[in-house]
Design a binder for this molecule. Structure first.
Ligand SMILES: [Zn+2]
Length: 135
C-alpha cells in the first residue's frame, strides 16, 4: 500500500509529473491514442474477426490533434511536430468515408435493423427491403 502511494504521489507530484494545462492536453492525447488500440482489440476479440470500429478513428484523430497541439504550442519540437502533422488526414478521411457508407444503408421497416444498400431483404427478419428513397 505504501509502495503504491509512493508510486502515485512521487516527489510531491501525481505520478511524479509536474502537472499544468499542456501536460493534461498531452497526456489526454496519449490516453486517447492508446485507448484506440484497446477498443480495436476488444472489437476484434468480440467478433472473432479483425474489426476497426468507428471509435478507433475518433480516438485516433482526437489523440493526434491533442498531441499536435501539445507539440506545436508547448514543446515546439520539430521532430514531435512532424510526427503528428499529417497522420490525422487518413483518420479524418476514414470517418468521412464511413459516414457516407452509413448514409447509403437502409433501415428495415419491420425490425429497424440497418441493412446494406444492395440487400433486397432484411438480414435480421427477412422482410422485403424498403424501396430506396429518391428513386
Ligand atoms: Zn428486419
Amino acid at each position: 500500500m505504501e509502495l503504491l502511494q509512493h508510486w502515485l504521489w512521487y516527489q510531491g507530484h501525481f505520478l511524479g509529473i509536474e502537472w499544468h494545462v499542456w501536460k493534461v492536453v498531452g497526456w489526454t492525447g496519449n490516453l486517447a491514442f492508446t485507448a484506440r488500440f484497446l477498443v480495436q482489440w476488444y472489437a476484434t476479440e468480440r467478433r472473432r474477426e479483425v474489426v476497426v470500429p468507428v471509435a478507433f478513428w475518433w480516438l485516433s484523430i482526437t489523440g493526434s490533434w491533442l498531441l499536435l497541439a501539445y507539440a506545436v504550442v508547448h514543446k515546439r519540437d520539430s521532430v514531435f511536430i512532424f510526427a503528428n502533422l499529417f497522420n490525422w488526414i487518413p483518420y479524418l478521411r476514414n470517418l468521412i468515408i464511413q459516414r457516407r457508407h452509413e448514409r447509403t444503408h437502409r433501415e428495415c421497416p419491420s425490425c429497424s435493423r440497418t441493412n446494406p444498400p444492395q440487400a433486397r431483404f432484411c438480414m435480421n427478419c427477412g422482410s422485403p427491403a424498403a424501396p430506396v428513397s429518391g428513386s
